[in-house]
Design a protein around this ligand. Structure first.
Ligand SMILES: *Cc1c(COP(=O)(O)O)cnc(C)c1O
Length: 449
């Protein structure tokens, strides 16, 4: 959790997958979201965190959501249910894991008498969720790099309006790729990394994935664990973190029929499932920017499982991806096709889906969720849960272009438009960013300020 990325560049996975008994899973139907979360997460924490401590942190984390259900379900028609994951403070599903992660990190750092410096790059949603979750932390300083002028107004304000001194929004004179390269540069500068106790909260942080397993169990608990009928899940997918959490839920004993990968026109995963070749292409800008990704980082975790935990083989595949931009799945293709279905939703598909869902059900989807809705209808399983990863008001320009109406922010967010903004503009330079972090973090040892 504290390291984020391993020092050798690899990703962490647990030694074993804990399995919950059918009785435990059945008992979830009468438990709250926070209680289910404790049962799901505690098997991963070992002796490091007691059940009582975890229960307190979970109840605090989910209390900031604007509904007691935390992630409510809305059934639009028989066999199609929306799982709303956007009721947190930044209106996207990243809040569900990030709110708990901030509390877990503070807890562990306090126990160890340590501090941490978090740096992250964002194209929009992760930055706001991280700043919002860590703004009250006594142990963590957060620095979020975003491309100046290239995030939506709502996304920027969510990063720049919190006034606490331990959170910093850094507008970089460059692109999102430049921001990511700067973050990578800081992690690869081991002297700097150790000096500021660098930590990361992007979606390859294992603790974030674990915290996302919770809502798969929650959905099944509310829709029924009827042995006769298993649910499928359609997941708007970018970095493969959210859907990998669904895979973990299945490994933990949750009865799941199919996991459906929903992509926008950046369709590297649907192409891999149908052809057995994982091949990068240029990123296309779409109405669902959080899924405009050419490498799905968490797919590496799945490859490790699919290959029977063959680390050497995963290393070879990742090496091929780095050197020639593609790799062949070979005999893993059949395993992949058994575990996942995958659908690419084009921009016209997404627009049609948003319009028709509003007409038929009076329900407005955001463009990311619409990709999953398209995928669910195409696969047409008996009962599919569509994960809704963002509130439409977070992407007002895209929605207005499709429906001719601007979606209003939900109640309680009006202050965003009037609060003062605070951010620093920095050049696209590793030295400049490192110097800024060194002089503003409380974690750095031996730095005079
Ligand atoms: C981050 C994000 C996604 C993609 O999730 P992954 O875990 O990266 O696959 C989808 N939708 C929204 C709104 C997001 O913010």
């Amino acid at each position: 959790m504290l390291a984020g990325l391993a020092r050798d560049g690899g990703l962490y996975v647990p030694d074993i997958w804990p399995v919950l008994s059918p009785e435990t899973i059945a008992s979830f139907s009468t438990k709250s979201f926070a209680e289910i979360a404790v049962d799901v997460i505690h098997p991963f924490t070992g002796d490091e965190i007691s059940r009582a401590e975890l229960a307190r942190m979970a109840s605090d984390a989910y209390a900031v959501f604007n509904t007691p259900e935390v992630t409510p379900l809305k059934t639009l028609k028989p066999g199609l249910t929306i799982l709303e994951l956007f009721h947190g403070p930044t209106l996207a599903f990243k809040d569900v894991a990030m709110q708990l992660l901030a509390r877990l990190m503070d807890h562990v750092l306090t126990k160890r008498g340590r501090r941490a410096t978090i740096v992250g790059a964002t194209s929009g949603d992760t930055g706001g969720a991280a700043i919002e979750a860590f703004r009250t932390s006594k142990r963590v300083d957060v620095f979020i790099l975003y491309p100046e002028g290239r995030v939506s107004d709502v996304q920027r304000k969510m990063m720049t309006t919190p006034a606490e001194k331990n959170v910093h929004a850094l507008a970089i004179r460059g692109t999102f790729d430049d921001c990511q390269a700067l973050v990578k540069g800081m992690f690869n500068d081991h002297g700097f990394r150790d000096r500021v106790e660098l930590s990361g909260v992007n979606s390859i942080n294992w603790a974030r994935i674990v915290a996302q397993v919770t809502y798969y169990f929650y959905a099944v608990s509310r829709l029924g664990v009827a042995a006769s009928k298993q649910l499928s899940f359609a997941v708007p997918t970018g970095n493969f973190g959210d859907i990998f959490a669904g895979y973990v839920a299945k490994r933990m004993g949750l009865p799941v029929h199919k996991l459906i990968i929903a992509s926008n026109e950046n369709d590297i995963l649907p192409r891999a499932v149908s052809t057995g070749v994982y091949a990068m292409r240029d990123v296309i800008a779409t109405s669902s920017p959080s899924m405009d990704i050419q490498i799905s980082s968490n797919f590496e975790r799945y490859l490790f499982e699919a290959s029977g935990r063959d680390a050497g083989r995963v290393c070879d595949l990742m090496g091929a991806l780095a050197t020639k931009g593609s790799f062949e799945l070979g005999d893993l293709t059949q395993v992949l096709q058994k575990d996942f279905a995958a659908v690419c939703a084009t921009e016209p598909d997404v627009a049609d889906c948003i319009r028709s869902t509003e007409e038929r059900y009076g329900y407005q989807l955001d463009p990311h969720t619409a990709c999953a809705f398209v995928a669910a209808e195409q696969v047409a399983d008996e009962h599919t849960v569509v994960l809704s990863t963002a509130h439409p008001a977070k992407f007002p320009d895209a929605i207005e272009a499709i429906t001719n109406k601007r979606p209003p922010l939900p109640p309680g967010f009006e202050h965003l438009m009037t609060d003062n903004e605070r951010f620093d503009v920095l050049p696209n330079s590793l030295a400049a960013v490192e110097e800024f972090v060194l002089h503003h973090t409380r974690a750095a040892s031996g730095v005079s300020r």
